[in-house]
Design a protein around this ligand. Structure first.
Ligand code: B1M
Length: 214
């Protein structure tokens, strides 16, 4: 039988090869072998997604490949998630994410959610066409560390400041991150967002930075 490092390496490599079914099977056998869940999460799933993020940033991978890797990671997460919630493995932080009101684009938002999950965050996805009041309600219900908003239309970008205002009025104390193709750093700064990420991999680095995680 392979030693633990080699077995974790196989999971890692299968994520980079987009082999969702293999990842699920390997994670399942690792759980059955009694391997620490945090080791599987950190040294295989999160490590692979960190590598995917780096390759994306270097222009070696593109959105479709990042999505396939995220899907493979997700297959492993499906096995770990119910067990992690019963165990004492701490999440990196809680993120509520959604596409703003009147906007139904969700591919980028889903990718950001998956990459955050791959980065060890607990992600609560509110879906698309999320009204400011729904973000406020989710903030009260889940007390997230971060709220993330995505907008793909110039006509729905103004729903970001509306949501931020509503969150501030409701005394939300966490951080806010925005993104989406038409969103810029300048726009994010003018609407009072704590940060702006141009892509999913930067979103993970910024979320870690905002929460003081190395
Ligand atoms: Co739409 N659409 N669309 N569309 N659509 C765009 C956005 C558009 C640019 C196309 C175009 O005209 N060239 C244009 C917007 C123009 C504008 O506003 N200036 C447009 C339009 C006009 C529309 C409709 C109005 C069309 C119509 O009905 N007349 C309509 C609007 C519907 C609505 O929302 N109310 C509409 C509908 C649709 C579909 C339903 C057909 C479909 C969406 C399917 C879905 O999402 N499930 C769709 C699609 C697919 C697109 C394009 C082709 C692709 C978007 C996408 O998924 N990109 C898009 C053109 C384009 O962008 N090339 C277009 C891939 C995705 C991975 O990238 O979402 O940018 P992106 O996410 C990136 C980053 O932006 C960032 O990270 C992601 C990954 O790196 N990011 C974040 C995103 N969210 C983030 C959040 C963060 C941080 C980073 O923190 C929380």
């Amino acid at each position: 039988m392979l030693d633990l490092d080699d077995r974790l390496d196989r999971i890692y490599e299968n994520i980079l090869d987009y082999e969702a079914k293999q990842v699920a099977e390997l994670v399942k056998s690792e759980v059955e072998a009694g391997t620490d869940l945090k080791i599987i999460l950190d040294d295989a799933l999160i490590a692979a997604m960190d590598e995917v993020g780096d390759l994306f940033a270097e222009g070696e991978l593109f959105v479709p490949e990042m999505l396939m890797a995220a899907n493979a990671m997700k297959a492993g997460m499906e096995i770990l998630r119910p067990l992690l919630s019963e165990s004492d493995v701490p999440s990196a932080g809680k993120v509520v994410i959604g596409t703003v009101h009147r906007d139904i684009h969700d591919i980028g938002k889903n990718l950001v959610g998956m990459m955050l999950e791959g980065g060890g965050f607990e992600v609560i996805d509110l879906g698309v066409n999320v009204a400011p009041a729904e973000f406020v309600e989710a903030a009260a219900k889940h007390s997230p560390d971060i709220i993330g908003m995505s907008a793909l239309l110039t006509t729905t970008m103004p729903n970001m400041p509306k949501t931020i205002d509503a969150l501030h009025k409701a005394d939300f104390k966490g951080k806010i991150i925005v993104g989406g193709a038409p969103v810029t750093l300048e726009f994010a700064e003018t609407i009072g967002s704590d940060s702006y990420a141009p892509d999913a991999s930067v979103a993970v680095s910024l979320a870690r930075e905002m929460l003081g995680i190395d």
